[in-house]
Write a protein that binds this ligand. Structure first.
Ligand code: TXA
Ligand code: MG
Length: 367
């Protein structure tokens, strides 16, 4: 059974004992869960093939899905990756420490199971003080995927980690809520042109200011929910998913609200036993908030449509909440795909496993 040890999220040096204990576990080949600014990670010594193997076992993750290596200093990159290009240097200078993972040619010290046998490796310097303190104390780069069971919703709190992995790892460092709340942006620099593989904590617009030539076809194919397209290793459609089936509503706000209302009215008649979760924005509450009087329906609003960072920060906690409340079905509104909203929309699309309802502007006046 995992112990959960509190660490000071801003000043980890004030809680040295849990950091030291976690670092010793990493050095001995054991797994430790720790906070990053994006989501909680499940860490192992990135140089230790057996320890990395334990990550896949604990998560029940297919070995074809590569994990990201976390570093605490730029010098460490040279031990993890080879031929770091000027473009990579520029991006590191601009965004590290931060929520950007760069796919680079893999260095010799990194065992092949880290990157699922690929000649490349994903590298990131996290911005969370606890993550940095742990990597420094361990003295090795730390390989870490998100600390959840494979295909479950990623964890943004120690409690979320505990629910998925509490039985299989010895220690969870608790640094409070992850401040960004969605995973890092992944950028592949091994091809002819830089290619976005996953929208995330660093907005595409910010990357385009440094490298305007960045390609985004892979993510666009994904946004089209093209089940045939497996754009990158580990990017299968069912991912980041709550246990309940999620239906995502996209379109003009008013049309989305009436469509959700119509669906709710139908479901209440057809499935009176079903527990239904509504994932909304604050702006939807005047039109849909009254459904909360129905004990069948649980409403979670992620905040204002004008604060997508806040919505991103709260998304996974809301999905975990629906899981804990055993909802059978989630109806979710989509969010504008600008800035970090692109990551929000991407994760909702994946959680919906292609069940995206495109709503057209209509003349009906459900509101
Ligand atoms: O924010 C994050 O990135 C979090 C925190 C813990 O750092 N980590 C995370 O890891 O989201 P994970 O394992 O859940 O997602 C890693 C994904 C893989 O599924 C794969 O899509 C991509 O990163 N990836 C990693 N290495 C790769 C490689 N060499 N080539 C292509 N894609 C890679
Ligand atoms: Mg993950």
């Amino acid at each position: 059974m995992a112990r959960i040890l509190y660490v000071d999220p801003l000043h980890p040096e004030r809680t040295p004992d849990p950091i030291r204990e976690a670092a010793e576990l990493i050095q001995s080949g054991t797994l430790v869960a720790f906070p990053t600014e994006t989501v909680y990670g499940l860490g192992a010594n990135a140089y230790d093939m057996a320890a990395v193997g334990r990550i896949f076992a604990a998560k029940k993750r297919p070995t074809s899905d590569p994990v990201i290596v976390h570093v605490a200093a730029l010098e460490q990159v040279d031990q993890v990756a080879v031929s770091v290009s000027p473009v990579a240097q520029q991006l590191m200078n601009a965004f590290w420490p931060g929520a950007l993972t760069l796919i680079l040619p893999r260095g010799e010290r990194i065992p092949p199971n880290v990157s699922a046998g690929l000649p490349s490796v994903g590298v990131r310097m996290p911005a969370h003080p606890v993550a940095l303190a742990l990597i420094r104390a361990a003295g090795v780069p730390i390989a870490a995927p998100s600390a959840n069971l494979f295909s479950h919703t990623s964890p943004t709190s120690a409690h979320h980690v505990w629910r998925d992995l509490g039985d299989s790892i010895p220690l969870i460092l608790d640094g409070g809520t992850a401040p960004i709340g969605v995973e890092s942006t992944i950028l592949d620099l091994t091809g002819e042109h830089p290619q976005l593989l996953r929208p995330g904590g660093v907005p595409l617009e910010a990357i385009q200011r440094i490298i305007p030539e960045v390609r985004i076809e892979v993510v666009e194919r994904y946004a089209a929910a093209d089940q045939e397209a497996l754009p990158a290793p580990g990017m299968m459609l069912r991912h980041y998913a709550p246990r309940a089936s999620l239906h995502l509503y996209e379109g003009p706000d008013r049309a989305v609200r009436s469509s959700i209302a119509a669906t709710l009215d139908r479901l209440r008649l057809e499935k009176p036993q079903a527990r239904i979760g509504l994932l909304l924005a604050d702006e939807d509450l005047p039109a849909l908030g009254h459904y909360t009087h129905d004990s069948q329906i649980i409403i979670l609003a992620l905040g204002s449509l004008h604060d997508l960072s806040e919505a991103a920060r709260r998304l996974y906690a809301a999905l975990h909440d629906f899981d804990e409340q055993h909802v059978d079905l989630i109806l979710a509104r989509s969010f504008p795909a600008v800035g970090i909203g692109a990551a929000l929309r991407d994760r909702l699309t994946r959680a919906a496993e292609g069940k995206v309802v495109q709503v057209q502007e209509s003349s009906s006046h459900h509101e």
